[in-house]
Design a protein around this ligand. Structure first.
Ligand code: 13P
Length: 261
């Protein structure tokens, strides 16, 4: 069944790159990219909102089907929500992806499981020009050390997917990003990452049935780089990566894409 899932390598640029820097990075990625890789691997970059259109335009001009994704979205379509960005706005730009529930948003901006669920529903509501959610889950160091991380992640997955139909759940991607591995250089071992990614699939099978669970991609994220991507991606339940720091250099990002071929 693993072969049925096309890997996804997604770069999360976080709050990095002004427009000029973003265009340079996107162009470097494009210049070093071989289009036929996309037959075997899906690739996306998720820049800050202000860079979405310029980055989209670089890939569009080069006719390179690297997807562009946002890092967050608000669930209402429009209205008096100063500072927020809606699903139709992302659709208008040409976004194919949207990260939801990243641990940094949960930690620094108070996002709850309920907020994450509303964002997932908002993204899944219109499938005509689909923006597929990349739903982030993952435990803190203290939860890891308590040993309750599988139950913790199971609860996050159930909350994110509450009220979602199996028919559209298959369009979602889940990213397991243990907080203790993010930006720390302390990557989860392949075994640690595989254990939780497999557990996430068990939860998805319980929610939506085995066939749907087998079609949903589960990514690993947390200090993934060109040196460790191979062994992580070789795990049966790891279907790609969500990459922070190493996605900010074209050469490293390209090496990780190649590791997924
Ligand atoms: P790093 O790759 O910098 O650890 O970040 C991972 C991450 O949070 C991706 O969303």
């Amino acid at each position: 069944m693993h072969m049925a899932r096309k890997p996804l390598i997604a770069g999360n640029w976080k709050m990095n790159n002004t427009i000029g820097e973003a265009v340079v990075l996107a162009q470097e990625i494009s210049n070093n990219f071989e289009k036929d890789w996309l037959e075997t691997v899906d690739v996306a970059v998720c820049p800050p909102y202000t860079d979405l259109k310029p980055v989209y335009s670089v890939f569009e001009f080069d006719k390179l089907k690297v997807g562009v994704g946002a890092q967050n979205v608000f669930w209402e379509p429009s209205g008096a929500y100063t500072g927020e960005i809606s699903v139709p706005m992302l659709t208008g730009i040409g976004c194919a992806w949207c990260i939801v529930g990243h641990s940094e948003r949960r930690q620094h901006f108070g996002e709850t499981n309920e907020d994450v669920n509303k964002k997932v529903h908002a993204l899944l509501a219109d499938r005509t020009r689909p923006i597929d959610p990349i739903i982030c889950v993952g435990e803190s160091l203290s939860v890891r050390e308590e040993g309750t991380y599988v139950a913790f992640v199971d609860a996050q997955v159930r909350a994110a997917f509450a009220g979602v139909d199996a028919g559209v759940a298959k369009d979602c991607v889940v990213a397991y990003e243990p907080i203790w591995a993010i930006g720390t250089g302390r990557t989860a071992t392949p075994e640690q990452a595989q254990e939780v990614c497999a557990a996430i699939r068990v939860t998805l099978a319980d929610l939506f049935g085995q066939e749907t669970a087998d079609s949903i991609r589960v990514l690993y994220g947390g200090s993934m780089n060109e040196g460790n991507a191979d062994t992580l991606l070789a795990q049966p339940d790891i279907d790609g990566g969500l990459i922070g720091g190493a996605s900010l250099k074209a050469a490293s990002f390209i090496q990780i894409v190649k590791a997924a071929l």
